[in-house]
Design a protein around this ligand. Structure first.
Ligand code: GLY
Length: 373
């Protein structure tokens, strides 16, 4: 087991990464609990796979536990499900010393984190992420949120967990497509800030997505370390943390256009979004073309979309994508803030990209879908 520390003064916490962390969950949690009782809020599908193992680990450590299941899927991240969850927590006699445990992927983590931030004016919670995407990104850093009809993650808070338990063994039950979607966020850490890690992924990425225990452990630990460093330096996203959104401005627009469903997963949208952000950087004269070729080749080799032609089921339209981007949370004084790159390992944010340049790049890229490969 490897441990990564997120340094935030009194709110610092550990991320434990390893292949049998779940079996040890009670022992690892015990020291951070205000009282030996928790309420486990689980994705209903994950509960059937891993709920019993977690319950056994909690009992073994003398931790009393109740459970609440949440329906799988992004639809659970809304006001209605938040209200239902809070009522269920209160029915189970939630007290200020009770800790919530989020068992599942990013949906459950974001929902439970937000419920923890507001129930009884704030209780502690522990993240037990069971998808690669949640292990390397959403469970770390304290961003919690639900969606509204105006867009994703528009209502939420910064509320740090007390502990993150990332059991890489549970990723064995993850559908391949979800594994790949999570892998896009792993690649992101290389592209934004660690050229050496990107080169390592070029060599061992197939082992990571294939579930090789050592490769997976290294990839998750390195990703968590990168995220912990950024969050410690800029918890509230005043600057550096924005670079974690590399590919996300384009990615969110692609997701919005695709309808936020299974047709295009968040990680898939981020993969293609990273290619578009790198291409924009090349067109602005900031990034060598060879780096765009490497980013695209690596993501494509992993099986992720990197061209509009890879997503032929949608009717892509540059003005509509531009409209979605104009609603991005990072818009400041009506200017879209893009995360760009000077090359693999060097991301930065910019408000200086003329919208016309972005629209022209998208028009060209969409038109390329008609060109045979
Ligand atoms: N997922 C980006 C962040 O946590 O800041």
């Amino acid at each position: 087991m490897k441990t990564v520390r997120v340094e935030l003064d009194q709110r610092s916490y550990d991320i434990h990464v390893g292949p049998s962390v779940l079996a040890d969950a009670g022992r690892l949690m015990r020291p951070v609990l205000k009282a030996p009782r928790v309420i486990v809020v689980a994705d209903a599908r994950v509960a059937t796979l891993h709920g019993a193992a977690l319950a056994a680990a909690l009992s073994e450590a003398g931790i009393a536990h109740a459970t609440v299941d949440v329906p799988p899927g992004e639809g659970s991240k809304d006001f209605a499900h938040l209200e239902r969850l809070i009522e269920q927590l209160l029915e189970r006699r939630l007290e200020r010393a009770t800790t919530l445990v989020a068992l599942g992927g990013g949906v459950v983590g974001d929902l439970v984190g937000f419920a923890a931030a507001i129930a009884l004016r704030g209780v502690d919670y522990v993240q037990v992420p069971t998808t690669l995407l949640a292990q390397v990104d959403s469970s770390v850093g304290g961003k919690t949120a639900i969606n509204t009809r105006h867009g994703k993650n528009l209502v939420g808070s910064f509320h740090q967990p007390r502990l993150v338990l990332a059991d890489t063994g549970v990723l064995g039950t993850l559908p391949r497509r979800e594994m790949l979607a999570g892998y896009a966020e792993v690649v992101k850490y290389g592209v934004i800030g660690d050229a050496g890690f990107f080169a390592w992924l070029e060599r061992y990425g197939a082992a990571v997505t294939g579930g090789d225990a050592d490769a997976l452990g290294h990839a998750v630990t390195t990703s968590c370390r990168a995220k912990a460093r950024v969050v410690a330096a800029d918890e509230r996203e005043a600057g550096l943390r924005e670079t974690l959104n590399f590919g996300h401005t384009f990615g969110h627009a692609l997701e919005a256009e695709a309808g936020y469903g299974d047709a295009l997963l968040h990680g898939e949208a981020v993969a293609f979004g990273m290619v578009l952000a790198t291409r924009l950087s090349v067109e602005r004269g900031l990034c060598p073309e060879g780096d765009l070729a490497r980013v695209r080749a690596h993501l494509a080799a992993a099986g992720l979309p990197t061209r509009f032609a890879d997503l032929p089921q949608f009717r892509w339209n540059a003005p509509r994508l531009m409209q979605h981007m104009a609603h991005d949370k990072k818009v400041q004084d009506q200017r879209i803030r893009f995360v760009l790159t000077r090359g693999i390992g060097t991301a930065f944010t910019s408000s200086d990209v003329p919208p016309a340049a972005v629209a022209a790049m998208l028009e060209t890229a969409i038109a390329e879908r008609a060109v045979p490969a």
